[in-house]
Structures are given as C-alpha cells and as structure tokens.
Design a protein around this ligand. Structure first.
Ligand SMILES: NC(=O)c1ccc[n+]([C@@H]2O[C@H](COP(=O)([O-])OP(=O)(O)OC[C@H]3O[C@@H](n4cnc5c(N)ncnc54)[C@H](OP(=O)(O)O)[C@@H]3O)[C@@H](O)[C@H]2O)c1
Length: 263
C-alpha cells in the first residue's frame, strides 16, 4: 500500500466545522510534526479545533472570509511568507442554502457560488504551482453527492459542488504526473450544523428520513486512508457509492422523490 509522504504545512478551510475539524485531527494524527493553517469565519470553532490537536502538531488560525475570493491571493502570499510553503490544501469550508431557483435571492445564491466554488478553485490555483515545482503535494476538495444528482432546492449548492468536483477530477489527472495527489470527496448526509440547517429547509419526507447519516470522524479517516493509498475519490456514507456508480438511476430517483424545499 503506498503511503503519502509526510506533510509539512497544510491549509484546511472550514476547519471550525464538523468535517473540517475532524480532518484537521485525522491529518495531525497521521502526519506528526505537521503545521496546520486552520481557516474559517468561526473564531470560537477555530480555537476549539486548534485546542483538540495532538501535541505533535502546530497550528495557526486564520479568519478568512471565503465569500470574498479576491482577497485570497494576498492572504495566501502573507501566509506563505509567515509560515513557509504549503504542501497540503483541504478545501472543506461550505455553505448550503436549500431553496428553489424561483425563491433564491441572488445575493444568497452568489454567496454559495463564491464560498463553495470560486474560493476553492482560487485556492487550488494558488497552491498548485509551488506543489508542482516541489514535485510533492496533496489537495483535498470536499464536494457533495448533491453535485452528482439533481436534488430539489440545490440548484446553486449542487451547481457549485458539481463544478468543484469536475475541476478537482481534472486537476487530479493534470497534477498526478507532477507528484501532486488530488482527492475529490463526495459526502452524502454527514452529521453537522450545515446538514441540520439544510434539513430544516426541507419539507418532511420519507426519503429524507431514510437517508443514512454519516459520522465526520469516520469520513475524515477515509480521506486520510485515500491519501495513503493514492486513491482519488472518496464517497461516504457507503450506500452513496451505489448512487455514484449508478448515477442515472440515482438521478431518476431524486428527480421523483427528493424532498421539496419549504421555499
Ligand atoms: N454535512 C453534510 O451532510 C455534507 C454533505 C455533503 C457535503 N458537505 C460539505 O462538507 C464541507 C464541510 O461541511 P460540514 O458538514 O462540516 O459543515 P459545518 O460544520 O457547517 O462546517 C462548514 C464550515 O465552513 C465555514 N464557513 C462558512 N462560510 C464560510 C466563509 N464564507 N468563509 C470561511 N468559512 C466559512 C462554517 O462557518 P460558520 O459555521 O460560521 O458558517 C463552518 O465552520 C462543506 O463543504 C459541505 O458542503 C457536507
């Protein structure tokens, strides 16, 4: 089993959240000595994630608002100048807002696109050249099964996640020959504030109650395992791997039975 080279300096966005925090802990456990740059807009959550890291890891915390992608190049340069080159990027921050196209205010939809698509692509573009020059690096992009099948109320969120997934899968092919390993992650429902908020925007339905719920720590473990094994895709919870393989059938089911948004 190939094992990923020891990581030195890893940027994790959404590090205050359920999945981002779990990824920070899992990467710190797998790569002793790693320096994690924890990025989020939730200051208290960032402090909690930093405090929960093992003593073998160091961390810096950064309040970067990913709804403002144009500010990222300067922030990135400042981070590299202060803490050194980045050999790992985890794009995990996300926002989800479940409304029909007809009910979506443009400002809200635009924010979803900026946080979930434009900023992750900007950060990949900032990270990749130095990784290619060094011949070493990892990039993890957290997309969503909502980017694979047409869920009602997810035109913006699913559109952003589909775009991120496609860019990530292309980057995986382009960068593989340069020693840069790109992993695209497709979560189904995983317990978190984002998931609870999205569920609260849906009308109750049988399918919504039947959907299995994943655990952030378990998912983070699978991402670290994919990095170790040289795998490029993670689908979790396991049931959604079936939907990923039979995407035509899964799309048929979601077109007919996915829960309707309240607005
Ligand atoms: N949980 C699921 O069911 C599920 C399914 C598929 C994909 N995902 C994806 O998994 C990733 C992690 O989500 P999660 O479930 O762990 O949710 P979470 O616990 O809510 O974490 C998301 C984090 O992103 C932060 N964030 C939001 N807007 C930001 C901004 N403008 N700039 C910087 N950070 C920002 C949030 O801060 P605030 O809390 O302050 O907003 C939060 O700390 C997301 O990309 C999400 O789309 C999750």
């Amino acid at each position: 089993m190939p094992s990923s080279p020891r990581l030195g300096h890893v940027v994790i966005t959404g590090a205050a959240g359920a999945i981002g925090g779990a990824l920070a802990r899992a990467l710190a456990a797998r790569h002793p000595g790693v320096d994690l740059a924890l990025v989020d807009v939730d200051d208290a959550g960032l402090a909690r994630t930093a405090a929960a890291l093992p003593a073998t890891a160091s961390a810096s915390v950064h309040r970067w608002d990913l709804a403002a992608p144009d500010a990222l190049p300067a922030r990135w340069q400042a981070l590299v100048a202060e803490r050194g080159p980045v050999d790992g990027l985890v794009n995990c921050a996300g926002v989800m807002d479940v409304r029909t196209v007809a009910a979506m205010p443009w400002a809200v939809g635009r924010r979803v696109l900026d946080v979930d698509l434009t900023s992750p692509l900007c950060l990949m573009t900032l990270a990749a050249p130095a990784m290619v020059a060094a011949g070493h690096g990892v990039i993890v992009n957290v997309s969503s099964m909502a980017g694979r099948v047409p869920l009602r109320g997810c035109a913006y969120y699913g559109g952003a996640k589909a775009g991120l997934a496609m860019a990530s899968e292309i980057a995986a092919v382009e960068l593989a020959g340069h020693g840069v390993h790109v992993v695209t992650v497709y979560p189904g429902p995983v317990a978190s504030a984002l998931e609870r908020g999205a569920r609260a925007q849906l009308r109750p339905s049988l399918l919504e109650r039947l959907m299995p719920m994943g655990d952030p720590a378990r998912m983070a473990g699978l991402v670290v395992r994919a990095l170790d094994r040289g795998e490029t895709r993670v689908v979790y919870p396991p049931l959604y791997a079936l939907a990923d393989r039979a995407v035509g059938l899964a799309s048929w089911v979601t077109r007919r039975y996915s829960p309707a948004p309240a607005a």
